[in-house]
Design a protein around this ligand. Structure first.
Ligand code: GLN
Length: 495
């Protein structure tokens, strides 16, 4: 069996582990071996064989005890934005190089409690700011300098971002499932670009405790895996209230999302926002999305045309608000409390300035400057407050849309993955590519990306957006599609 372990996915692998067809140690070793043989992708930034194998042995003991939890022995890896006790946490930044957290993020802890075995930490854009995993300031395994993560479908292209390491690792068969975070699309867009399935739950479903903060009113954790069923299993373990540690975590009990899978899609009203299929969408992407919608109609769903009139505004609104929150959140990196401190300085102010100058990369500095500007006296009303108002209107647009439909569908991104370096020094080119993921983020709605075909050999993701707390319906719709199609089963060479 060991030759195919990395192709089994979460559902099949956990079943095989439970039936003791394979041990957690064997599964862990198999994946560690694959990770060691694929440094070319640049997906992993930290592994620790001893920690992993100790966790695997503990999982084997739990399995033989017969009271094994749901994910006992399942290898997973975490985006390097979740603090983890056994591994370093850098958030992709020089600022946190060498940092080790004394505690686990709630999501990390919940997965560990469910029996998952940690393989290591995955590359991401610095502080999760980016759309291509090119803004990385820490070296990947097997390399002595920072490298962009490569897309397993085409090594000259980005995997998407900021959870690019997570998406690439799943696509390349280095890990059956991974955690990611989505502030403005960072689970859905890389899932789309790498041909894997990813879901961002409703804001507040998963605790943000121990997630290095970027924009707190938007940040949300979620899984990336091969299929909707695999995501359902991981998400069930990740979610649930965390009232003592995250005051925005919702008081909604964890659900068993896998249990509801398989329900008929007959009569499901799928809203397609006209703004999501306009001229800015690459023809190959539009064709794949149209074909996916036709497939849904075959499954009994009904296509309803809807409008999300403020889709375009979500870009300026998001890049004002996310930057504002980032500028505040990142003020904690001052050379005193965490991570890097400049070695030469004249006085306290100089120490702050040099530490931040040395520790942060260009994109992070850009966000801090934009954020500080839009929050400053005199500009606050014109930018920050205005953006908050439009954010509310975007949420109202969704509310009206959900009066006409049960789910919303469209592309996750206007194009497939672009070439590494293609956007050069033009950050706005990255920002514009977020247009279809930002609206759901601003409204706090759950969204996912489901493999739905290819454009010139590169994966296209269908984005599904659900109403608040409607992850069950979302996952069921994705599962139904995956039962009828095989896009999610296609693998890049070598995976
Ligand atoms: N691309 C967006 C940004 O750079 C979204 C990032 C995210 O979701 N973490 O801010």
């Amino acid at each position: 069996m060991s030759g195919e372990l990395h192709r089994m996915g979460v559902a099949a692998l956990t079943a095989a582990l439970r039936e003791r067809k394979v041990s957690a140690v064997e599964v862990a070793r198999h994946h560690l071996d694959r990770i060691a043989r694929h440094p070319d992708i640049g997906a992993f930034v930290a592994i620790d064989e001893e920690v992993t194998l100790a966790e695997a042995r503990a999982a084997d003991a739990r399995i033989s005890d017969r009271n094994a939890p749901a994910l006992a022995g399942l290898p997973i890896a975490h985006k390097d934005i979740f603090v983890t006790k056994g591994f370093p946490t850098t958030a992709g930044s020089r600022m946190l190089a060498g940092y080790r957290s004394p505690f686990d993020a709630t999501v990390v802890r919940r997965l560990a409690d469910a029996g998952a075995v940690t393989l290591g930490k995955l590359s991401c854009d610095e502080f999760a700011m980016g759309s291509g995993n090119e803004n990385v300031a820490v070296p990947a395994l097997g390399s002595d300098k920072p490298v962009p993560v490569r897309n397993p479908w085409d090594a000259s292209r980005i995997p998407g971002g900021s959870s690019g390491g997570s998406a690439a690792a799943v696509a390349a068969g280095l890990v059956p499932g991974a955690t990611g975070t989505d502030t403005g699309g960072s689970i859905r867009q890389p899932a789309s670009f790498c041909g894997v399935t990813g879901i961002k739950p409703t804001y507040g479903r998963a605790s943000r405790y121990g997630m290095v903060a970027f924009a707190s009113s938007l940040d949300q954790a979620g899984p990336l895996a091969r299929s909707a069923e695999d995501c359902a299993l991981l998400l069930s373990a990740m979610c649930g209230p965390d009232p003592d540690r995250d005051s925005t975590s919702l008081d909604v009990p964890a659900e068993d999302f896998a249990r509801g899978l398989g329900a008929s899609l007959k009569g499901l009203r799928i809203g397609v926002p006209r703004e999501f299929l306009g001229d800015g969408v690459a023809p190959g992407v539009r064709a794949a999305v149209d074909a996916a919608l036709a497939e849904y109609e075959k499954l009994g769903a009904r296509r309803v045309e809807i409008s999300l009139p403020r889709t375009e505004l979500s870009i300026p609104v998001y890049y004002v608000l996310a930057a504002a929150e980032a500028s505040s959140n990142l003020s904690r990196f001052d050379g005193v409390k965490f991570g890097h401190r400049a070695s030469h300085y004249r006085d306290l102010a100089d120490m702050y300035a040099k530490t931040r100058e040395e520790g942060f990369g260009d994109e992070v500095k850009r966000r801090i400057m934009i954020g500080t500007y839009v929050l400053s006296h005199g500009y606050y009303d014109a930018y920050y407050l205005q953006a908050q108002k439009v954010r509310r209107m975007i949420a109202v647009d969704f509310r009206q849309a959900f009066a006409q439909c049960d789910l919303i569908a469209g592309p996750a991104a206007p194009t497939v993955a672009w070439k590494i370096g293609e956007h050069g020094n033009d950050p706005v080119a990255d920002y514009l590519a977020d247009i279809f993921t930002l609206p759901a983020s601003l409204a706090g709605l759950p969204g996912m990306s489901v493999p739905a075909g290819f454009d010139n050999g590169l994966p296209v993701g269908l984005q599904l957006i659900g109403n608040y707390l409607d992850e069950g319906r979302l996952l069921n719709a994705a599962h139904g599609f995956q039962q009828a199609t095989d896009w999610h089963l296609r693998l890049p060479e070598g995976a």
